[in-house]
Design a protein around this ligand. Structure first.
Ligand SMILES: *Cc1c(COP(=O)(O)O)cnc(C)c1O
Length: 478
């Protein structure tokens, strides 16, 4: 019963030479707390087992405290390898930014800037002015304003324009994006009354016409971002809905979702309607995301008629939804890359990933396959395989990009499910986790997002993977 009292005291452990490095790295408060927890944990374990021989010594307790501290101080937001095949992966942070944006953010973090300061007059400036001209030039719109994300952009537009009146939307466009964003819910929060027209698969011009009344505030089109309705379908074009709206002196708004600034067909990518095309179709307001196809920071961009944008900027919600300086610092140089379209596919990170060739990724797969096979040993079979990536974040949900990567299958069919799970877990527990995709009894690593600059880190981690997997193995055979 007295075995726990053989445990070294917290004070003694704090004096121990091994503790010195912990004290200097983590400080007295955190180290003392970690050692206290390690001792308490050991005491509980002893009470459970009553095995005096298993009482840990000072070094073991300090090692446990060290591990707990390292875990506690490790960053929670970690770099990962996105080998899921989805380039704009919302859960993995969507767009990766170009170097110009990274440099501008670093500078904005470290020094004061003219965020809301007019350097010409010395008076107060408007943060939107930093990017408004550029956005207008790239989209053909009269005016622009920026908020926290596209969901905020939609909320702000509806709140400004509808104020207790009705917004007309097709039933085929009442989308939900990633659970928390649903057009009907946003409408309600914005104080708009949703008037649904048409059916899920077919909406006609007359459906919009018939729904217009004195209570109507606007007609709205929503981009079907993450789904496609196929078969017997009919929707009304932006231009037609605009015509109907304008015939009744009503504004027409488009939630474009991803919203690209350039025609992607010039890089043999599938066509996605551009912001400019939407403005040219007559839309009075268009909202889109900064971190989807645009390839910039999280932001919601609202473009459209000058008078409407001015009205939106006066809404008190604008202040609540405004962007910070880091967003603007990142957005400006990203937009500027679009002024040089010939270089866009090399300098805009997301576009560079979209346009990687199959041959390039296949060569990379051939190069990595032997290293990964050696790491995983005979329990797994690693092969190179053609696969297909997705753009992601709701852009072009049914189109896929031919890609190449590695496919890993357990060698033995027996327990193959568990083995695959084990491998997937091991990859996620690396210092820089590797996130793949489980499909058809295999782990797929799509190499589209593994650029050559990251390949060395990927390879360097493989030995750690061996260690983690051999621990698993020991545990299961014990
Ligand atoms: C992605 C998307 C949104 C939400 O945009 P966030 O920038 O993620 O807030 C809204 N509407 C559509 C159609 C979308 O595709």
């Amino acid at each position: 019963m007295n075995a726990p009292f053989h445990l070294p005291s917290v004070d003694k452990l704090l004096q121990h030479p091994h503790t010195a490095t912990l004290l200097s790295a983590y400080g007295k408060t955190q180290t003392t707390q970690a050692i206290r927890s390690a001792v308490a944990e050991a005491r509980i374990q002893w009470l459970g087992s009553k095995n005096a021989a298993a009482t840990p010594n000072a070094e073991t307790l300090i090692a446990a405290a060290c591990q707990a501290l390292a875990q506690r101080f490790a960053p929670r937001l970690k770099s990962v390898f996105n080998l899921t095949g989805t380039v704009l992966h919302t859960n993995l942070g969507r767009a990766l930014l170009p170097q110009e944006a990274i440099d501008a953010v670093a500078q904005a973090l470290a020094t004061p800037s003219n965020l809301e300061y007019d350097l010409a007059t010395g008076g107060r400036g408007d943060r939107d002015d930093l990017v408004e001209d550029l956005i207008c030039e790239l989209t053909g719109a009269e005016a622009a304003t920026i908020v926290n994300n596209n969901a905020a952009a939609v909320l702000l537009c509806l709140s400004t324009l509808t104020a207790g009146r009705e917004a007309i939307v097709s039933r085929g466009e009442l989308v939900e994006i990633g659970g928390a964003f649903r057009i009907p819910d946003i409408m309600q929060r914005a104080g708009a009354t949703l008037v649904e027209v048409g059916t899920t698969n077919r909406t006609h011009a007359r459906d919009y016409e018939n729904a217009i009344s004195d209570a109507t505030a606007l007609l709205m089109k929503v981009h079907c971002s993450n789904y496609a309705i196929s078969g017997f379908t009919k929707s009304v074009s932006d231009a037609e809905v605009t015509q109907i709206a304008h015939a009744h002196q009503l504004p027409m708004m488009v939630d474009l979702g991803s919203g690209t600034l350039v025609d992607l067909r010039q890089w043999d990518l599938p066509h996605e309607v551009t912001v400019r095309e939407t403005i040219e179709a007559g839309a009075d307001l268009v909202t889109f995301s900064g971190d989807k196809l645009l390839g910039g920071p999280q932001a919601g961009i609202i473009v459209g008629r000058k008078a409407l944008i001015a009205q939106i900027k006066k809404n008190p919600l604008k202040r609540a939804l405004r962007v910070g300086k880091l967003t603007l610092a990142a957005l400006e140089p990203t937009l500027r890359l679009y002024l040089h379209p010939e270089q866009l596919a090399t300098r805009l990170t997301t576009l560079r990933l979209f346009t990687r060739t199959e041959q390039e990724m296949q060569a990379q797969a051939d190069q990595l396959q032997p290293a990964l096979q050696t790491t995983l040993g005979s329990a797994y079979q690693v092969s190179t395989a053609a696969m297909s990536s997705q753009i992601g974040s709701g852009a072009l949900p049914v189109e896929s990009l031919p890609s190449y990567g590695l496919m890993i299958r357990p060698t033995e069919r027996k327990h193959s499910g568990r083995q695959l799970q084990q491998l997937e877990t091991a990859m996620r527990s690396l210092a820089r986790p590797i996130i793949g995709r489980l499909q058809d009894d295999a782990l797929w690593l799509d190499l589209r997002c593994l650029e050559h600059t990251d390949q060395a880190t990927f390879i360097a981690q493989l030995s750690a993977l061996t260690t983690i997997l051999s621990h698993h193995h020991e545990r299961h055979s014990a």
